[in-house]
Design a protein around this ligand. Structure first.
Ligand code: 8IG
Length: 266
């Protein structure tokens, strides 16, 4: 066990004590636009400040209080909602980014649904589209793994869960997600590079979390909400307001989709 895994086990023990829920089955990371899904997934059993759990305390942003929530689905599964996502651009530490995922694995989660808001390099897949992540390209230059940890990332995004998601919504397109470090958006030249490399989606999260999940043997489903066309793809510049507007408008629809998918994951 590395220090990171010891820390994750300690966090999982604290999580069990503070929530009163001994083990969890499914973890959800709700990215930009996806926050409303938790209310539809199950009944809330507990909500605790993430800062009460070891490994989260030092990182919370003043004025912002991320929570860890425990939900119970109708069929009795315990769902852990990780509202404490840390981004690589907030300190450039892949271990910190992976902590919540590792805690979820230590808490018993065998499945992770990771969501995000992102840019699309495909004009036909515009703002408001939901895309199943089929694969990723890690452009951060970092990894949460340490030492000779040769994790297989073939089928990192579970073909079984992707097929399940397509049964819920047969029209879901699939794409390759490239994680940039951010926090700046890409230049148009960087977007062209990403397209050449095979990216359909560009964002600032997810790949490092998924690497940690796969190390832990957790089955992963990834869903992206396209909030904007990537830089240079449309004639216009990127606006953070557009990103927020698309997230807000799409919220109810994508939350219902995610809840329906989690229901089928039983
Ligand atoms: I929302 O266009 C969102 N996040 N890197 N590029 C990157 N991250 C994003 C984008 C985008 N839109």
């Amino acid at each position: 066990m590395t220090d990171a895994h010891v820390a994750a086990a300690e966090a999982a023990a604290a999580l069990a004590t503070l929530t009163g829920v001994d083990g969890h089955d499914v973890a959800l990371i709700l990215g930009s636009g996806w926050g409303g899904a938790a209310d539809l997934v199950g009944e809330q059993i507990a909500s605790i400040p993430a800062s009460d759990v070891p490994g989260f305390e030092a990182h919370s942003v003043p004025g912002h209080s991320p929570t860890l929530r425990s939900l119970r689905t109708q069929d009795g599964r315990a769902v852990l909602v990780l509202g404490a996502r840390r981004h690589f651009y907030q300190g450039r530490d892949a271990t910190a980014v992976a902590h919540a995922v590792r805690m979820a694995a230590a808490a018993g989660c065998s499945q992770l649904v990771v969501t995000n808001g992102c840019g699309s390099t495909r004009p036909a897949v515009g703002p408001g589209s939901v895309v199943l992540i089929g694969d990723h390209i890690n452009l951060t230059g970092a990894t949460p793994l340490e030492g000779a940890t040769f994790v297989d990332l073939t089928d990192a995004y579970s073909p079984r869960l992707r097929a399940l998601a397509r049964r819920v919504d047969p029209a879901l397109p699939e794409g390759v997600y490239a994680q940039f470090t951010g926090p700046q958006y890409e230049t148009p030249a960087e977007v062209r590079m990403a397209v050449t490399l095979g990216a359909d989606l560009v964002g600032m999260s997810t790949a490092l979390e998924v690497i940690a999940a796969r190390e832990a043997g957790v089955e992963v489903l990834g869903l992206s909400l396209v909030t904007n066309l990537a830089a240079g793809i449309s004639g216009d510049g990127l606006s953070h307001q557009e990103v927020l507007d698309v997230g807000a408008q799409s919220g109810p629809r994508i939350s219902a989709l995610l809840a329906a998918i989690v229901k089928e994951m039983a």
